[in-house]
Design a protein around this ligand. Sequence first.
Ligand SMILES: *Cc1c(COP(=O)(O)O)cnc(C)c1O
Length: 365
Amino acid sequence: MTSSPTTLSFTTLPHPAPVPAEARAEALVDPKFGTVFTDYMIMVDYDSDKGGWYQAQVLPRGPIALDPAASVLHYAQEIFEGMKAYRHPDGGIALFRPEENARRLNDSARRLAMPELPEALFLESLRQLLAVDRAWVPAAEGSSLYLRPFMFASEAFLGVRPARQYKFMVIACPVGAYFKSGHSAVKIWVSRDYVRAAPGGTGAAKTGGNYAASLVPQAEGIAHSCDQVVFLDAVERRWIEELGGMNLFFVFDDGTVITPPLGTILPGITRDSLMRLMRDEGLTVREEPYSIDQWRADAHSGRLVETMACGTAAVVTPVGTVVDPEGDFTIGSGGPGQLTEKLRGRLTGIQTGRHPDPHGWVVRV
Ligand SMILES: *Cc1c(COP(=O)(O)O)cnc(C)c1O
């Protein structure tokens, strides 16, 4: 389903009333995640009858017209990405491994029977948005401009088949720290009644439906005063998969680290990057199944010294306490662990241009 207009040029509709500089500066001080948006958005249109992707626009951010029969509203053909633009010390702006997001968007597209977006068009969309919204990239430590590329079926029809029309869009919002608790350890609820993904399902695709299905268990977790939910595998209800939106690492006292294998989990770019950084540190990282019972036993014995959750939004976050209907437990001292702190420093140092970038991950825009 690939269509490849390598030279789709963007037209920009100037904003009639962008947010004044003063109000923008105020909005950048301490933005809550996903609540403040920039002035512009990207919209790229696809129609299989027009030969694929045919129109690319930079528009003032605002509501979009959608036919009530648009198939995304009925059958949920929707995928998204999450990435950040960082302000470097010299005032420049950089993305972190953006080609990985482009690739993953297309992996998700194939699973949802949606058209692929040429990687160059994906990257150009980000560049175009950052060109007009440049002033929205905050400079304060721990802050960045969160970019949300997404694609959905816009064709108006109620038959069940892949749509013929789609929109790819990018919106952006300045963000500070993801969790209210900042860098302190999070409390995790073990979902025993609900699963996130099953073999053969859409667990590895970044699609809204996975999140819709996670909201009830997430609410259950919040009712037990937890920040996040950890999901177990759908078949044996035993193997740890991931959180609703973050991957997990288990750190042991002998310098080994385990992370659940790919398959039904989302292949996180943060997960992949941390594996490299840990191997750089001389740690042994294994991608293998790890069970909830083993997790509890290893936490009790002290063999497990840290558990970290990772993802673009929250970067690297320590898991302090696990609340489980079958028995709660605490990891280490219940606070941030040494490796978690060190890796957060290394990764954010690379992303924000304060540390060298040995793997060539940073792309200046
Ligand atoms: C996006 C996401 C992650 C993290 O991926 P990153 O590329 O590291 O941001 C992990 N799990 C789920 C379910 C996700 O949607």
